[in-house]
Ligand binder design. Structure first.
Ligand code: ASN
Length: 310
């Protein structure tokens, strides 16, 4: 890879687009945290590296290192830390920096950053539907707030935003795929005028920690929130598998090892209760609000798959 940026750094850092995006980012973090605090959520510190992190359901390069004889990975998501801590503190959230070294084919997606932040939350005893209501509140109240406080900036970007009405529309994964084919998420994202949910995702599409339905085997109690206008995925989350035997079965079925998740499994052996949660990508939310085609326009030092970055 050539050690050269594909853009002029000085011009990028000085652009109106970036300045407005960072202002949106500032207010998004403030507003979303405020909503969660008003619902008695506790903000927890992020985990930057750990012996255990999200295996994800798609191939990425793994940034790991050895410190004093122990191998650590950079955090891909705080899923396991959330699930462990929520057993003691029933409503938690964090602005979690994640590193996912995506493959170069994602270079032009407009929505992948190798280093990004998700607002990650978890609620003990909650159902998928409970956390869907929280996601809807975060999205619609934050959009309304931004329209109120920065109308001139949004006008400068030529952005007209609708405040979505809650509850959002819901599509079932398999029904949507039957109707629109493999590319149904993007097709629906382009077709819809407001954010919408995709629920009941088949087991093989997701990670072992997503809870399988008790009544529909092979279907998970999870969900994605999608943006309209082709902006694609906003939120990913669901209920968690909390029974040790089911967790172990699912790890084996994925071809993963108990060793990989040793610390989480040791904790789970002492008993877990049901929880549900999700993560909402901050940069993707800002990109949607600003109406930008490319996610690099919202970040001062964007790291794009397959490209050199500083
Ligand atoms: N944050 C997501 C969740 O809570 C997991 C992820 O980012 N892969 O489900």
């Amino acid at each position: 890879m050539q050690e050269q940026l594909s853009y002029n750094l000085k011009e990028h850092l000085n652009s109106d687009k970036l300045k407005i995006a960072l202002k949106v980012n500032t207010h998004v973090r403030k507003k979303m945290a405020e909503i969660l605090r008003s619902e008695d959520f506790i903000e927890i510190p992020p985990v930057i590296f750990s012996t255990v992190t999200d295996p994800l359901n798609h191939p990425v390069h793994d940034p790991s290192f050895v410190y004093e004889g122990t191998s650590y990975s950079l955090t891909k998501s705080m899923i396991f830390h959330k699930q462990m801590l929520v057993q003691s503190i029933p409503k938690i959230f964090t602005f979690s920096p994640n590193v996912r070294l995506e493959t170069g084919d994602k270079q032009s997606s407009g929505r992948h950053l190798l280093e990004f932040t998700q607002l990650d939350l978890e609620v003990k005893g909650a159902s998928r539907e409970d956390v869907m209501r929280i996601g809807e509140r975060l999205v619609s109240e934050t959009i309304e707030y931004l329209k109120e406080i920065m109308p001139d900036d949004l006008k400068k970007l030529g952005r007209t935003l609708r405040t979505p009405q809650t509850p959002f529309k819901v599509f079932k994964f398999l029904e949507a795929r039957d109707q629109y084919g493999e590319n149904f998420e993007q097709i629906l994202s382009e077709k819809e005028k407001d954010p919408f949910w995709i629920i009941d995702i088949p087991l093989k599409e997701r990670e072992f920690y997503d809870r399988e339905s008790d009544t529909e085997r092979g279907i998970l109690r999870d969900m994605d929130l999608m943006y309209p206008e082709g902006f694609n995925e906003a939120i990913s989350g669901g209920e968690r598998e909390f029974e040790l035997s089911r967790i172990k079965e699912r790890i084996v079925a994925k071809g993963q090892t108990f060793e990989q998740f040793k610390w989480f499994l040791q904790f789970a052996e002492q008993g877990l209760e049901l929880s549900a949660g999700f993560g909402i990508g901050i940069e993707r939310f800002v990109r949607y609000v600003c109406g930008f085609k490319r996610i690099e326009d919202v970040h001062p030092f964007p790291k794009i798959p397959g490209k050199f970055s500083i």
